[in-house]
Each structure stands twice: as structure tokens, then as C-alpha cells.
Design a protein around this ligand. Structure first.
Ligand SMILES: Cc1ncc(C[n+]2csc(CCOP(=O)(O)OP(=O)(O)O)c2C)c(N)n1
Ligand SMILES: [Mg+2]
Length: 588
């Protein structure tokens, strides 16, 4: 760095260099004056190919974009903002990341100590503003002139290590958000350049180049941590003898499927569990849980992940005579409906007796009855709402079915069928994720939903983050399409996130909006039967008649509409190459 350089810039460059060295690849930033040193440093790191930079004017969308990038890339993602309300706009994404265990590192620029508490412009109390939602919150004093670069680099390295460790969960209860509140004093930046070869003197850019694969470092740390956990607490051994089911809520992962299979137990896996596949899968689990012959017979439930999509699961757990074991590798808030969970474990295995028992007749009958009955329920429902298309020729009835208006069931089925292992599927919070959860068959595909808090906010930006990170990954998993299925209100809530920065990689992404003119999820509430329909419409359904094609045109996304089943099939199987919106009108 040249003599006379702004300490803000010297520190920002050192900090970003350390983050790159620690494995960070994606930086999301929103513009602002106080954060200019970080922003200009990020622009330089992008120019020399060290990071992927994503610029968004709206910090709320920026936060969710970072969340999507982190979910897909399994790496911490940096978010840079200026001071004031800019910081507060990150709060929704921070809460979601906290509750769903996603590593975000927020670099929030602030005034130095002498300018705080005196009504300076755009100045509020930022340190720790996210409360318990951050794994670590540090208020970092403004960098001083005159401190030598090596000292500053050492400070930056230590700070980055603390932030990285906290965000990936090495020293805390699992991955989550971290806030580094960074004070900057005038001059807020100075000019500098990094050399492409990575030999810039001041920034010590040679050392910016990672010596080893940084991803390997990050994963190795997380893995070491998990293994240490496992070593300090051996897996809970699950013995046979009780009529058992395995429940996989959001984020349960493949381990839930493996575990259910090893013990020969029915697997009730939500659509975004990561475990919705395999021979033990029970798709029609709601109907079965309601039945005395199935739900009524359960003596033990073993729960992975975070179930949020049905009432039947929490009801079962609260029933007398059901022993529930909740499994979570990390985290300190445990799923516990009605405070009735009997045991918690960091990991479980089916013990030898359970594995042997899985092959016995009573165990095979227990599993077989669940699997067969679930299939019967699905077939009966399918006959009601969808006429199958014959393989040879199309009959009159089939033709009519192709021209029939799209239903939610049809939409959920079609989008599931169109998704393959190299694709990504993101589901917004609405009736549609529940519709998918009720019916889609087992398939090993990537499904994400923001179920940490199930907000309708940030859905588009989360999906854009997933799409962009997936495109940057290795082949062939980088070649797919990210499809987002969401309702019209969730779409409109985050419509500003359609704004993509010119020159940035465009997401290979199809947004499918099930447009029923408002929030029809509320029509299912009990109160909708008794309250005045006008009031329900006014304050819950909240009708809208926005022209989505105009919005698409305004933001430069291609647009199409699918009103019939044949339109839908065509649009889903041959989506446009770039960002596109498919509007599907649905009856209320
Ligand atoms: C940020 C936020 N605000 C409010 C809610 C409450 N909420 C849940 S679903 C929903 C309406 C969803 O409507 P839409 O996206 O059109 O889906 P639909 O139910 O019609 O399928 C609302 C407002 C929420 N989950 N998150
Ligand atoms: Mg709607």
C-alpha cells in the first residue's frame, strides 16, 4: 500500500485478503459511503478474480442472496453494508440464517466512537443489533493511521479466524450469522489497485492466493468439529421393541433415510428434508398419522431436522404413549412440541438387535403396511384430480385433461417431475409447499425452503443465490436449472430482488408463480369459516391484481403464462436459458 493510504482502505484490503485465504468466495454488497473502503476493495478483488461479487441496492434482498449462496456453496458468505437502516435491513435474513444454521458474515460499517451518540447522520446503535441471532458480534475500532501493515494484517487474520470459526460453528452451537461492526474514520478510502498476478506490495496479494484448497480447510474444520462432538458423545443406540417411525423435517439430510432403512422403520420425510427418497418413504403420512391403525399405533418417533409442514407430526409427539427422540448434530434450541420430547441426541444408530429385527416378520409387516397404505391413498387421490395421459395416442378424455386449468396438485407434481439431480428446487412459504409435501414421490433431488422461520420474505433472492452458486460449482451439478415455486404474495414481497446488476452472471432460473390473487393459505384457517368474508379478504387474503408480465418486462426477465396442463408441461421442460418467470393462474 502506498504511503498516505487511508487506514480504512489498508485494513479493508487486509481483511478481505484474509477472508479469501480462509475460503470465502462470494461477497454481497450494497452501496454506501461509510463502507466505501470495503466496497472498493471488494471491487478490486473481483477484478483480479479472487471473489465473486454480487451488488444489490436493497440490503434485505442482499442478505437473503447471501443466504442462498451459502446454502448452496456450503461456505460462509460476506455481506457488506453501510451504516444505519442499511444494517437493520439484514435482520430478516439474519434470523432465517440463525434458525436454519447458515453461515453469514456481516461486515457492517459504522461511525468511529467519537461520532456515536451525538446524533450524527445515519448513526444508530449497531454493535450487537441482531441480539442472540448472531454466533459472534464484535465492534471493531476504526483502524488508525501509523500502525504498521504487518500488525494490521495480523489483527485482520485473527479477526477473520474468529469470525470464520463462529460462522461455521467451530466454537458454538452450529453454523450461523456473525456480525463484525467495523468503524471507519475519514478519509474513508484511498485509491489502490491489486495486480492481476497477485503480487501487489501493500495488500500482500501474493499471500491472498490460497496455498491449499480453502474449501477443504473450511470443511475439514467443520468435519473435525462434528467428529469431535461425535467422539465426545457416542451415538445413541436405538433398540428394537417399540412400534417406531422416523420423521425427517426440513434439513434432516440423507442420514435420516439411512437410519430408517437400517432399522426397517417407516420414513415420514418432508419435501425439503433432504431425505425424501428410498424404499421406506411414506408420502401420505398425514392421512396415516390421523388413522388409529397407523398414527394410533406408534410407540416411538425419532425426529431428524425441523418439521414444520403438518399439524399431524406435533400432534403425534404430544400424544400419550409416544416416546420421542430428537436428533440434531448441532444447535442449542431443540424441537420439542408441547415440551413432550423424552430424549435428545447428537446422533443415533440402530443397534445390532434393531438391524436384525428389521428382517423379522412383525417388523416387515409394520413397515409394509405403512408403505402399501400410503401408496393406496396416493393412487386414490391421483384418480380424483389428474387424468393420466396414455402412452399410445391421446383419447378425448386425455385431451380434455391437457386443456384443463392447472390445479395446485398438478403444479406441484409437474414441477417435481421436471426436476432432476443436477437441478435445484426452491419452495416458497405458501399453500404450494404443503401441496408438494402431501403428494410428491421419493426422488433424490436438491430441495431448499426457508423453513427456519418460514417467512414469505427474501424468497426470490434466496433462490437467485442458490442458482448463482450452483452455476459456479463443478460439472455436472452446475449445469441444471433452479426452479422456484412460490405464491403471488411471496413473489410480490421480494419483487425488488428481480433487479440484477448489469455485467454479473445471470441466474439460470425459472420462477414459477402460482397466482391465486392473494394469500389463499389463510382460507384454510378455522376463522375463515366464522369471520366476515369481507374482513377475511381485507386483512388476511389481501387481494392483488398486479400485472406480472409488466413486472417481468420492467426487470428484464422473460415471461410466459401457463393456464393449462399442456402449457405447463411445455414451459417446465423447456425453460428459457436465462432468468424467466412463469405465471400459473390458480383458482382461489
Ligand atoms: C415475512 C412474512 N410475513 C407474513 C407471513 C405470513 N404469511 C404466511 S403465508 C402468507 C401469504 C402467502 O401468499 P402467497 O404467497 O400468495 O401463497 P398462497 O398461500 O396464496 O399459496 C403470509 C402473508 C410470513 N410467513 N412471512
Ligand atoms: Mg397466493
Amino acid at each position: 500500500m502506498t504511503p498516505g493510504a487511508s487506514p480504512a482502505t489498508t485494513f479493508s484490503v487486509a481483511l478481505l485478503a484474509e477472508f479469501v485465504r480462509s475460503g470465502v468466495r462470494d461477497v454481497v454488497l450494497s452501496p454506501g459511503s461509510r463502507s466505501q473502503a470495503l466496497a472498493l476493495a471488494a471491487a478490486e478483488f473481483e477484478r483480479v478474480g479472487r471473489i465473486r461479487l454480487h451488488v444489490r441496492i436493497d440490503e434485505r434482498g442482499a442478505g437473503f442472496l447471501a443466504l442462498g449462496l451459502a446454502v448452496e456453496s456450503s461456505r460462509p458468505v460476506l455481506v457488506v453494508t453501510t451504516s444505519g437502516t442499511a444494517v437493520a435491513n439484514l435482520h430478516p435474513a439474519v434470523l432465517e440464517a440463525h434458525h436454519s444454521g447458515v453461515p453469514l458474515i456481516l461486515l457492517t460499517a459504522d461511525r468511529p466512537a467519537e461520532l456515536r451518540g451525538i446524533r450524527s447522520n445515519q448513526t444508530t446503535h449497531q454493535p450487537g443489533i441482531f441480539g442472540v441471532a448472531t454466533r459472534l458480534a464484535e465492534d471493531v475500532a476504526a483502524p488508525e493511521a501509523g500502525t504498521s501493515d504487518p500488525v494490521r494484517a495480523a489483527d485482520a487474520a485473527a479477526l477473520v479466524r474468529r469470525a470464520r470459526d463462529a460462522a461455521t460453528g467451530v466454537q458454538s452451537a452450529g453454523p450461523g450469522p456473525v456480525q463484525l461492526n467495523l468503524a471507519f474514520r475519514e478519509p474513508l478510502s484511498s485509491a489502490f489497485t491489486l495486480e492481476e498476478a497477485g503480487t501487489d506490495e501493500g495488500a500482500d496479494a501474493a499471500s491472498v492466493a490460497p496455498a491449499t484448497d480453502p474449501l477443504a480447510d473450511v470443511l475439514a474444520d467443520v468435519l473435525t468439529d462434528v467428529l469431535t462432538d461425535l467422539a465426545s458423545e457416542p451415538p445413541l443406540q436405538i433398540a428394537p421393541g417399540l412400534r417406531t417411525i422416523v420423521i425427517a423435517g426440513h434439513g434432516a439430510g440423507e442420514q435420516a433415510e439411512r437410519f430408517a432403512r437400517s432399522g426397517g422403520w417407516p420414513l415420514l420425510a418432508e419435501v425439503s428434508s433432504g431425505a425424501r427418497f428410498g424404499p421406506n418413504l411414506i408420502v401420505a403420512y398425514r392421512e396415516l398419522l390421523q388413522s388409529a391403525d397407523f398414527g394410533g399405533q406408534v410407540e416411538r418417533a425419532i425426529v431428524f431436522g425441523h418439521p414444520t409442514l403438518s399439524r399431524e407430526i406435533p400432534t403425534l409427539i404430544q400424544r400419550d404413549g409416544v416416546e420421542t427422540i430428537v436428533v440434531a448434530a448441532t444447535g442449542d434450541e431443540w424441537y420439542n412440541p408441547g415440551h413432550r420430547v423424552s430424549r435428545r441426541a447428537r446422533s443415533v444408530v440402530a443397534d445390532e438387535a434393531s438391524v436384525a429385527d428389521a428382517a423379522t416378520r412383525p417388523a416387515r409387516e409394520w413397515l409394509g403396511r405403512w408403505v402399501m397404505t400410503s401408496r393406496h391413498v396416493l393412487v386414490a387421490e391421483a384418480e380424483q384430480d389428474v387424468t393420466p395421459i396414455g402412452e399410445r395416442g391421446i383419447t378425448k378424455a386425455e385431451l380434455a385433461a391437457m386443456r384443463a386449468p392447472v390445479t395446485r396438485a398438478m403444479l406441484a407434481d409437474a414441477i417435481w417431475r421436471a426436476s432432476w439431480p443436477h437441478d435445484r428446487l426452491v419452495l416458497g412459504a405458501s399453500r404450494l409447499i404443503r401441496e408438494a409435501d402431501k403428494r410428491v414421490l421419493g426422488k433424490k433431488i436438491f430441495v431448499h425452503a426457508n423453513r427456519g422461520l418460514a417467512g414469505i420474505d427474501g424468497t426470490i433472492s434466496t433462490a437467485v443465490g442458490i442458482a448463482l452458486a450452483s452455476q459456479a460449482g463443478p460439472e455436472p451439478r452446475s449445469s441444471g436449472t433452479t426452479r422456484l415455486l412460490l405464491g403471488d404474495l411471496a413473489f410480490l414481497h421480494d419483487v425488488g430482488s428481480l433487479l440484477l446488476a448489469p455485467g454479473e452472471l445471470r441466474p439460470r432460473m425459472q420462477i414459477v408463480v402460482g397466482n391465486d390473487g392473494g394469500g389463499t393459505i389463510f382460507d384454510g384457517l378455522e376463522v375463515a369459516q366464522s369471520a366476515h368474508p369481507t374482513s377475511i379478504d381485507r386483512v388476511l387474503f389481501t387481494p392483488q391484481q398486479v400485472d406480472l408480465s409488466s413486472l417481468a418486462a420492467a426487470y428484464g426477465w422473460s415471461y410466459s403464462r401457463a393456464a393449462t396442463r399442456s402449457d405447463l408441461e411445455r414451459e417446465l421442460t423447456t425453460p428459457p436459458a436465462g432468468p424467466s418467470i412463469l405465471e400459473v393462474p390458480l383458482a382461489r
